[in-house]
Design a binder for this molecule. Structure first.
Ligand code: ADP
Ligand code: MG
Length: 693
């Protein structure tokens, strides 16, 4: 064996046994270099340390490791040659057992009488006698068996690759990378936690020895992954703070004070606290970069308005961005109602304007006559210029990408605007720290006091008529109702009712009630018209797709029916549920669903029993994985090799503290060159920090 032949940045084709074809398949697992390969860790392990005699195999028992010799081989091919059966009699000197392999044409030549095998498999109860079906085997010649007598790694696979082959090439890559794995962690950190070195940790992951060493290895690698990400985020935060300044918004609180006086309710303690956090940030010269998270209905809009008014009080422009035209329009309507009495005009910029209207708004933003603008992403279009944008509030962050936030920053000229990002999908802390790690976070936990709890139930087809009667009574009492259908491509699946079909049914059932329909294919004007009519109480029942999911606020609505609820994620259901219970009326969320399996039933039960958005977000993240959970998969920030955001939350917190401290020391490039190299390799592009470091 030629030791030390491989370098970590060599392509995988340098590893013995990997040709061009296999390299292509590995690429599908994101494995391109030797480093990728040795960091490609097992999905799980099989404990095959105990090698048992054949007599110990029990039919229907768990898989076992054992050794045996080939006594005889029978080979049968079915007439159509579709099926090839190899039946082998095995003996360990004391007992015999039969093993059966399907369609493994080459085995006939390998299994000569007398050949010794190491095997791993379980005995299927069968007739006339129990047999081993397709057991894993290794032909023993000289040397110790690799597949039994130890803990064996099981790797995640892709088509065309098999476990045995992967184990072999990873072993070979490990044997031939004697080059030191660079120590990227600062020495102080390695010492503080007593970490084992990276090379030992990586080897331990593939060839685990005892439990304690394995845990130590995993701990080190998890910490390292989190540390690299957090160091990247720290660099990003530093660059955001160092490069450009923001205008400190320190004007006397005139509009702010008058707005608060006129509010028909008292702010909750949480609202007061987060407002103070935001206000303090905005008085500073480094640009605010804050995430405001609060469950649906927790009253984030008022907090946003206070921030917007602080900007106006300080003589700069302010903007509020929403993900949809419906939502932007609703914000504009609310803001006008609140602010016009204070003499503040609100401009609304969406995609639906005429060229003339748009031009007028562009001009007003550029010359500063428009002080407060509300809009969709139309606000960050190429042609938009602000005279002096001091604050941008972005509602419902999970619909906006990191890049759009940057585009907004570039609108502001020399000074950066302060930014406040609001989200109604409470992000579990570990995820917030990884994806939004460069943001400061403010959280509203308590809902306004007089809020009615929402009763949630799920029902099947059989209770549909009773539910219809119930909805009728609600509307009779003057309340309004949402009916949400899942979005379905006509061709995909016919068993769930598309919206149009449901809409017709509802109109037939509720003759005399005003039933309307809302969906994403309508244009902005139509959508806004329907939503305004619903908000004004001119529509009793709104059949809709999930376009109403975010932010829509109609306090008179007291029931929401979610059809095909099993198709929605928990967080999405929670968003939809948040459309009701926003006023003084007792409210209902009815999941109308025929779940196909007990897992789906369990999910619906879980949803009905949970009312706290944070608990739901945690449950959702567990069920769907962090990437899917808030559409951050494409960022790649949560694609860890070993670390698990849910299991390893505490490690994330520690790594974050340490990484931010290390970067804050300054001069990281000279102090920690290997760390900086690793951070840039991994996150330079994703976090846009290549220039900074
Ligand atoms: P979200 O956080 O989901 O955006 P909103 O800002 O839309 O919530 O607020 C939901 C409703 O609660 C609105 O009708 C709002 O006027 C009302 N609200 C906000 N704060 C309070 C409060 N402190 N007391 C009573 N009602 C409030
Ligand atoms: Mg909102």
């Amino acid at each position: 064996m030629t030791q030390g032949r491989l370098r970590l940045d060599d392509p995988v084709t340098c590893v013995r046994g990997i040709g061009e074809a296999k390299a292509l398949q590995l690429e599908r697992l994101n494995v391109r270099t030797v480093e990728d390969l040795v960091y490609f860790f097992p999905r799980r392990y099989e404990d095959r340390r105990q090698v048992v005699p054949l007599a110990a195999l029990v039919p229907g028992g768990p898989p076992q490791a054992f050794r045996a010799r080939v006594v005889s081989v029978e080979n049968r091919v079915t007439r159509t040659r579709k099926l090839n059966l190899i039946r082998v009699c095995l003996s360990d000197g004391n007992s015999v057992v039969w093993a059966l392999w399907f369609n493994r044409w080459n085995l006939k030549n390998l299994f000569k009488t007398g050949v010794e095998l190491a095997l791993y498999g379980s005995l299927e109860p069968g007739r006339p006698s129990p047999e081993l079906l397709n057991p894993e085997f290794e032909i023993l010649d000289s040397g110790d068996p690799k597949s039994v007598g130890r803990i064996v790694p099981v790797y995640p696979l892709t088509a065309g690759l098999n476990e045995k082959w992967l184990r072999r090439v990873i072993e070979s890559a490990l044997d031939e990378t004697t080059e030191e794995f660079p120590e990227v962690l600062p020495p102080s950190v390695v010492e503080k936690y007593g970490f084992i070195d990276a090379a030992a940790a990586v080897r331990e992951m593939h060839r685990p020895g005892d439990e304690e060493t394995f845990k130590a290895a995993r701990r080190r690698l998890v910490y390292e992954e989190f540390f690299l990400l957090q160091a990247g985020l720290a660099l990003r935060r530093k660059s955001a703070g160092d490069e450009k300044k923001a205008v400190p918004l320190t004007g006397a609180p005139d509009l702010v004070a008058r707005f608060r006086e006129r509010l028909p309710f008292e702010l909750t303690d949480d609202q007061k606290r987060v407002s103070e956090e935001i206000s303090a940030d905005m008085r500073g010269t480094s640009p605010m970069n804050r995430l405001l998270q609060g469950d649906v209905g927790s009253g984030k809009t008022v907090v946003a308005v206070l921030a917007l008014l602080q900007a106006l009080d300080s003589g700069v422009q302010a903007a509020l961005m929403a993900p949809t035209a419906v939502l932007a329009t609703q914000h504009a309507v609310n803001l006008r109602r609140w602010l016009e009495p204070l003499g503040v005009e609100v401009a609304l910029l969406t995609g639906g304007l005429t060229p003339g209207e748009r031009k007028k708004i562009y001009a007003g933003l550029a010359d500063g006559t428009i002080r407060l603008a509300v809009g969709t992403h139309a606000l960050i279009q190429e042609a938009v210029r602000f005279k002096r944008l001091g604050l941008a509030v972005i509602d419902e962050q999970h619909r906006f990408g990191v890049l759009q936030r940057k585009a907004l920053n570039s609108k502001a000229g020399d000074d950066l605007p302060h930014t406040l990002v609001m989200t109604a999908t409470p992000i579990p802390r570990t995820l917030a720290l990884s994806v939004y790690g460069d943001l400061a976070v403010s959280t509203i936990r308590a809902l306004p006091a007089q809020r009615q709890p929402i009763r949630s139930v799920w029902i099947g087809e059989n209770r549909l008529p009773r539910m219809m009667d119930f909805l009728d009574r609600e509307m009779e009492a003057g309340r309004q109702v949402y009916w949400v259908c899942p979005l379905i491509e006509e061709s995909e699946n016919f068993d769930a009712a598309p919206l149009e079909y449901r809409y017709e049914k509802l109109r037939e059932r509720f003759i005399g009630r005003r039933v309307a329909m809302l969906h994403g294919r309508m244009n902005d004007k139509e959508k806004t018209a329907v939503m305004s009519a619903f908000a004004a109480g001119e529509i009793d029942m709104l059949a809709s797709t999930t376009v109403i999911e975010v932010g829509v606020d109609v306090p008179n609505a007291s029931a929401i029916v979610i059809e095909g609820a099993e198709r929605f994620g928990l967080s999405q259901l929670h968003q939809l549920r948040g459309r009701v219970g926003r006023g003084p009326y007792k409210s209902w969320c009815i999941l109308y669903s025929e779940p196909k399996n007990s897992e789906a039933e369990h999910r619906l039960d879980q949803f009905c029993s949970l009312s706290d958005g944070f608990a739901i977000a945690e449950a959702d993240m567990r069920l769907r994985g962090p990437g899917e959970f808030c559409g951050v998969k494409q960022h790649g920030l949560t694609d860890f090799r070993v670390a698990d955001l849910i299991r390893d939350g505490a490690v994330m917190e520690a790594a974050r503290r340490d990484a931010f401290a290390a970067i804050a020391e300054g001069d990281a490039r000279n102090r920690y060159p290997l760390l900086m190299q690793a951070v840039l390799n991994r996150y330079g592009q994703m976090l846009d920090i290549a220039q900074t470091a």
